[in-house]
Design a protein around this ligand. Structure first.
Ligand code: NAD
Length: 424
């Protein structure tokens, strides 16, 4: 037996608590009733599944997987699937609610969901990951569906896993159902622009924020934590718009170059080096903690939760934080950030580019037509910029941070929809 119960998150703020603290603040400011508070707070459905998988050694290992549907009031629920050793129900519940607010902030007709399996894909073979993905899909066949719940990639999963999900689901229905999942490979009905979409949204948010702070992107500097899908595309697109990327990092460590990192070169190095920046010689190795304290204009956390906390927030020198990752800043760090006058473009806004292009993928699958990359990028940029402007105006109106303003925009939309639909 090698099954290990997923460990609770240790030495970290509970991400669900972090989300609820911001949610509670926004609800107070909006004057939401107690009844509506509980309607918005309690997830509609949460499912835990045990997934026995035959490993390459012949041993059968049982993984624990989750799917949480937070809300379907605006449309089918939407949310990624995370494969990571730290996955647990609390985290998935928090991420599912985040998806509800994120879809509402960018005004797309989706509710929020999230899924995950506690596993370490870095230590699993492709065959083991495929069997796990197919087992997870089979266990959730009655939850998923193009009009019900539409998964997508998240940390540790990508187009390959989405193809397996689409195949397993389609086989069960006896027909090809591309719209059941987004983030698929292009040939299976994936959308142009999906891979880089979250990073693109981070770039649009960063530029919109720089404009408000009167920072010239051509003179600006940035540091990016996490060099996976979100971080590397955000770094590349910011670089293309003139911003010098002084530091990047991944799980192997952080890399600093005060002349600016050649991001395309670092991506090529990573891709030729089993996905890791380890040994990247064109920048000086620094500690992952030091990346957060660099004197840059823009800091982009794009790796995981709770990396900006009370412990390191005082030493942050950046003028702006653009949250590529979900929940990178703990609620307890918010007050200090606000006191320091650092602008934070919050996760539910800054990383909504991915779900926006996922929505475009689903629309294209349903109408059976492919849009050009130019059209997708133009529409993504407009949705992200409109959402930023709406959140910014709300922050001025309520005299709150962009984070609380984003929650206000989202909660107001979802609560108004519940009120109109009624039927309780
Ligand atoms: P990914 O697996 O492609 O990349 C994660 C990166 O973070 C890797 O480079 C990894 O080495 C690095 N990393 C992990 N732990 C680290 C640490 N302690 N210090 C430094 N680097 C570390 O994942 P991703 O898709 O880029 O997702 C990153 C974050 O963005 C997650 O919080 C995810 O929920 C969020 N997000 C992703 C998308 C998307 O479309 N992929 C959309 C919205 C939000």
């Amino acid at each position: 037996m090698s099954y290990i119960e997923p460990a609770p998150i240790k030495d970290k703020d509970n991400p669900l608590e972090s989300m609820m603290q911001r949610f509670d603040k926004a609800v107070d400011l909006l004057g939401i009733s107690e009844e509506m508070y509980y309607i918005l707070k309690v997830p509609r459905k949460q499912v835990t599944v045990g997934l026995p998988v035959t490993m390459d050694s012949g041993e059968i290992r049982t993984f624990e997987g989750y799917r949480v549907i937070h809300s379907t009031i605006l449309g089918p629920s939407k949310g990624g699937i995370r494969f990571d050793p730290d996955v647990n129900l609390d985290e998935v519940r928090a991420l599912a609610a985040w998806m509800t607010w994120k879809c509402a902030v960018v005004d797309i007709p989706y509710g929020g969901a999230k899924g995950g399996v506690a596993c370490n894909p870095r230590e699993m073979s492709p065959g083991e990951i495929e069997r796990l993905m197919r087992a997870y899909t089979t266990a959730l066949l009655d939850v998923f569906g193009p009009d019900q719940d539409i998964p997508a990639p998240d940390m540790g999963t990508g187009p390959r896993e989405m193809a397996w999900l689409m195949d397993e689901y389609s086989k069960s229905k006896g027909m090809t159902v591309p719209a059941v999942v987004t983030g698929k490979p292009l040939v299976l009905g994936g959308s142009l622009g999906r891979t880089e979409a979250t990073g693109r949204g981070v770039m649009v948010s960063a530029l919109a924020g720089m404009e408000k702070l009167r920072i010239n992107p051509y003179r600006a500097t940035a540091a990016v934590q996490g060099f996976g899908n979100v971080g590397s595309h955000a770094a590349l697109l910011l670089r293309e718009r003139g911003t010098a990327i002084h530091a990047i990092s991944d799980i192997s460590g952080a890399y600093y170059n005060d002349k600016g990192i050649d991001v395309a070169d670092a991506i090529a190095y990573r891709d030729a080096n089993k996905g890791s920046l380890e040994g990247y010689a064109k920048a000086e190795p620094i500690s992952g903690d030091d990346l957060f304290t660099l004197p840059v204009d823009v800091l982009v956390p794009a790796a995981k939760e709770d990396v900006i906390t009370r412990k390191n927030v005082s030493s942050i020198q950046a003028r702006m934080i653009v949250e590529g990752a979900n929940g990178p800043t703990s609620a307890k760090a918010d007050d200090i950030i606000n006191e320091k006058g650092i602008m934070v473009v919050p996760d539910i806004l800054a990383n909504a580019g991915g779900v926006t292009v996922s929505y475009f993928e689903w629309v294209q699958n349903r109408i059976g037509y492919k849009w050009t990359l130019e059209r997708i990028n133009r529409r993504t940029d407009r949705i992200m910029k409109d959402a930023f402007d709406k959140v910014y105006e709300t922050s001025l109106k309520y005299k709150v941070s962009l984070r609380i303003a984003a929650y206000i925009v989202a909660i107001d939309k979802v609560a108004s929809t519940y009120k109109y639909r009624g039927g309780f």
